[in-house]
Design a protein around this ligand. Structure first.
Ligand code: GLV
Ligand code: MG
Length: 308
């Protein structure tokens, strides 16, 4: 099991230029706090936000919490300053940097090169991992190369609003973040993108992380969005408001009923095995090795839940 295997149901995005919100986030029940230096911070406050993020991470408020930081994209005047500051000053205290608008493997090579050269300066063996965010047509076209570009990669994140902008998709809601998608397309208009992200991430041993849902007052819409993501195999979802945490945490965790059903499947399969049978029946359904693997995933998640 890798060292970064943990619950990743909720990744709460917090603007890094707002110390009050950062302090509040430390007491919330999101699995991961993501300090954002990119799109929630105006250009005029980029330096200040970077300094605030570094200060917050080193202040001790996040003790016991997993923290990541979304830096600015490749090609901006900020990214190298973001990565160098984080690698020099936050090592061992943040888990990863998210690279937004990753269009090609070279974006990840650049981030990795910077990270590794700063990390080489110190004797610490704590690594800072990388999370490429897929949010453009080009990024999706290059997704396999991006996923395998670095041993530091731990996830692939879906950036839904920028992706829509990059493909010329229609803006069907105020936020552009996952609302009304079912009403404008049979099925779900991002089915292909989401499935592609899930299968490429899993094929490379990475966690697929879903985009946030923009309307934080619409709990039913959020729940539906989580159910779609979990049905496809996403591991977790970004959240943009504290009120979304509980719903996302609960949908991305197996319910008691699912845990019990998985236990019954595992038991039935083990009983069949002791009778030298490769399959078994449970409540009129045939179960086999594949059912067992699905059930074991539920149990693995349930085990992780014990540490919450
Ligand atoms: C997130 O970065 C998005 O573009 O939706
Ligand atoms: Mg974006």
């Amino acid at each position: 099991m890798n060292t970064w295997r943990k619950l990743r149901r909720t990744i709460l995005s917090v603007p890094a230029n707002n110390m009050k919100m950062i302090e509040k986030s430390a007491g919330l029940s999101a699995d991961i706090i993501m300090l954002d230096l990119e799109d929630s911070v105006p250009l005029s406050q980029k330096d200040e936000a970077r300094a605030t993020a570094v200060k917050a991470v080193n202040s001790g408020i996040f003790s016991g919490k997993t923290v990541s930081v979304r830096v600015n994209p490749t090609g901006t005047a900020q990214i190298y300053k973001d990565i160098i500051a984080l690698a020099q000053e936050c090592r061992g205290k943040i888990e990863s940097v998210i690279i937004p608008k990753t269009d090609r493997a070279a974006d990840i090579h650049f981030a990795e090169g910077l990270l590794r050269s700063v990390m080489a300066e110190s004797a610490s063996d704590e690594l800072i991992y990388i999370e490429p965010s897929i949010e453009s047509a080009e990024g999706l076209e290059n997704i396999s190369e991006i996923a395998s570009a670095s041993a530091l990669n731990i996830s692939l994140v879906f950036g839904i609003a920028d992706f829509t902008a990059s493909t010329g998709g229609r803006l069907t809601s105020l936020s552009g973040h996952g609302e009304n998608d079912e009403s404008v397309y049979p099925g779900h208009r991002f089915h292909y993108v989401m499935s592609r992200i899930v299968s490429t991430a899993r094929a490379n041993g990475l966690y697929p992380i879903d985009a946030p849902f923009g309307n934080f007052r619409d709990t039913e819409g959020l729940k539906k969005s989580c159910l779609t993501a979990t049905a496809l195999g996403f591991e977790g979802k970004w959240v943009i408001h504290p009120d979304q945490i509980e719903t996302v945490n609960s949908v991305f965790a197996p319910s008691q009923e699912e845990i019990e059903r998985a236990g019954a499947i595992i038991q039935a399969y083990e009983n069949a095995g002791s009778n030298k049978a490769g399959s078994a029946q449970i409540e009129g359904r045939m179960i086999d090795g594949a059912t067992l693997r699905l059930a074991k995933l539920v149990h693995e998640k349930a085990e992780l839940m014990k540490n919450v």
